[in-house]
Ligand binder design. Sequence first.
Ligand SMILES: Nc1ncnc2c1ncn2[C@@H]1O[C@H](COP(=O)(O)OP(=O)(O)OP(=O)(O)O)[C@@H](O)[C@H]1O
Ligand SMILES: [Mg+2]
Length: 412
Amino acid sequence: MSCFGLFKRKPRSSEGSPGSVRRGGSAPPSGPATTTGSGSAVSTSLSDDSGAVRPVSKSGGSSQSQHSISSLYEERGHGQLRAFQYEELQAATADFGRAQKLGEGGFGSVYKGFIRAADPRGDRVAVAVKRLNQRSLQGHKQWLAEVQFLGVLDHPNLVKLLGYCADDSERGAQRLLVYEYMPNKSLEDHLFGRANPPLSWNKRLQIILGAAEGLAYLHEGVEIQVIYRDFKTSNILLDKDFRARLSDFGLAREGPTGTNTHVSTAVVGTHGYAAPEYVDTGHLTSKSDVWSFGVVLYEILTGRRSLDRNKPAAEQKLLEWVAQFPPDSRSFRVIMDPKLRGEYSVKAAREIAKLANRCLLKNAKERPTMTEVVEVLRQAVQAHAEPARGDINRNGSGKGKKANAVTTPSRR
Ligand SMILES: Nc1ncnc2c1ncn2[C@@H]1O[C@H](COP(=O)(O)OP(=O)(O)OP(=O)(O)O)[C@@H](O)[C@H]1O
Ligand SMILES: [Mg+2]
């Protein structure tokens, strides 16, 4: 699913111009954080439109520090990242060959490749190389935001950025990002794709808990608050152990600071996931991410996409459809993904649906924080491992498989 808004609505006047790229190797005003593959230098200062969005509203309070992502990146970010030559990445991906292509998103294509580890005697390591669309003004902004955020952020549930490449030559402006390769692709591939076996209930819970922990870290675990803005199943990558890793920080923004309650920005994100108040007003808070999280919770339960034009009219919009089957109703199980074949804990599923409903409250302030969400999910996962008596399979023998054995059709 591609991004929207960015291509449809112009940035508001409160937003400035994109971070600049200088040609010819002269040092940019904010300090030379990177040198490029072909001799140009890249400014790392983010303009209002590409990360350090200026807050405009002053009501309520927030105690975020006065750090900015640019200053944090200058302090400690860029030392962590490797600057690649364009030719290195070209060779690593068989010249961005079709056979190497892992996927394509709104901002570019992603290729599998192999690079030598920084240690010259090290083995070759698998990487994913994202080449941002050329001639796109947005391309550079996404690239810069991603380099700065992922250069600073560090958490087991975020994808690791290994390095980048900015190359301005006769080839045109090339912007690339090099990530750790995630062998199990994205949650989207497993939840909706037919190429992979269905995801078990246990795996779904582990993945969504990990994704929640990643978001909680962004909102509450860093000196600055980070609003992710593009939480969706294709951006939840899965490592070799099926641990969730949030990817794509090109749309991430710094949260409000001081007494500001929100940042004001152009509306970007993906149809079906963005919070209604954000779409209506452009006012962005961490609770916009919480809404998107609620949408993904329902996708995990149902195995359906938030928007699916191939379904009958009444079922195309997931949130409208599930609203007919509330968590405490007898009909609740109608919504559950048939690919689970009844092998899930109904009790945990109801709790998760209730949590999703809280994340999807119209009044953003009433939505839980991601830290609260993590807590509720942890409890659901634990309850799932130690199911209550009522959650035993009643489908026959009465010997009742436990819900943690994830075989609980319990068709009452
Ligand atoms: N680090 C990675 N390891 C393995 N595969 C990856 C990696 N990063 C991205 N991919 C693959 O590339 C695909 C395209 O990613 P990309 O982020 O460009 O687009 P998207 O998430 O599908 O859409 P959007 O641009 O709207 O975010 C992903 O769905 C995923 O399958
Ligand atoms: Mg993506």
